[in-house]
Design a protein around this ligand. Structure first.
Ligand SMILES: C[S@@+](CC[C@H](N)C(=O)[O-])C[C@H]1O[C@@H](n2cnc3c(N)ncnc32)[C@H](O)[C@@H]1O
Length: 219
């Protein structure tokens, strides 16, 4: 898989990754990490966990990946890595390694996938999780306010009832059992503190949906 560190990219094998992971008690993947700020802070706050930020847009991760790879005195962290990949084509090296998955404020094909219950996106997410791994998705519902952007015009509004009724079977088929679907509160958004959570909360936090699921196991 392709790992980014500032302006450089390199290949990392499953064996190379295993060496990184060995000292840690759990693995978190932040899928669609964007600039990677959330992954970086999470790794700082949870030094016993290894955190992987994953996003197809390599340039977006440049600043935080450079910082993480630097000297400890300048913000270097041993327990975070940034991987260039999309959820539809997750690297084989990440298969079944995470006991925690985050999808924070997705956009593009990942947003469509989690809202429509698209099997390719959901199976991609599920493939990253160990048995019993936990998935936490936060979807911005403000985009369904007028004027709805083109990307969301044909999407159903993802209410908690829609998630429990319509999405649950699709998530189930992908091996993800929904355990919670509810409105995500403004103070929770403030605590989430991703770059987009802050950007979208400029005046007030956007109404949002939280979906939590547990990975039910691989074939
Ligand atoms: C609104 S940004 C949120 C970034 C970050 N999670 C945050 O909260 O600051 C949405 C992110 O989803 C990523 N994304 C969109 N489609 C994706 C896909 N198919 N696989 C992985 N990431 C995707 C985009 O590249 C972008 O970084």
């Amino acid at each position: 898989m392709i790992v980014v560190r500032g302006k450089k990219i390199s290949e990392l094998s499953r064996a190379g990754l295993a060496e990184h992971l060995a000292p840690y008690e759990g693995v978190t993947i932040d899928v669609g990490t964007g600039d990677g700020a959330f992954a970086y802070r999470y790794a700082q706050r949870q030094p016993a966990r290894f955190v992987i930020g994953l996003d197809p847009v390599r340039e977006a991760m440049r600043e935080y990946s450079a910082k993480a790879a630097g000297k400890p005195a300048r913000g270097g962290l041993p327990n975070v890595l940034y991987v260039v990949a999309s959820v539809e084509q997750p690297p084989a090296e990440l298969h079944a390694i995470a006991d925690e998955l985050y999808v924070n404020l997705p956009w593009g094909s990942m947003m469509r996938g989690v809202i429509l219950g698209d099997p390719v996106v959901l199976e991609g997410l599920a493939s990253l999780a160990r048995d019993g791994g936990r998935l936490r998705v936060v979807v911005n519902m403000r985009i369904f306010d007028d004027p709805v952007p083109i990307e969301a015009r044909d999407l159903p509004e993802p209410t908690p009832a829609y998630a429990r009724g319509t999405l649950a079977p699709a998530y189930d088929r992908a091996g993800l059992r929904i355990t919670e679907a509810r409105a995500f509160a403004g103070d929770e958004m403030a605590e989430l503190a991703t770059t987009w959570a802050k950007r979208l909360s400029h005046r007030r936090a956007p109404p949002s949906l939280l979906i939590e699921a547990v990975a039910d196991g691989h074939e």
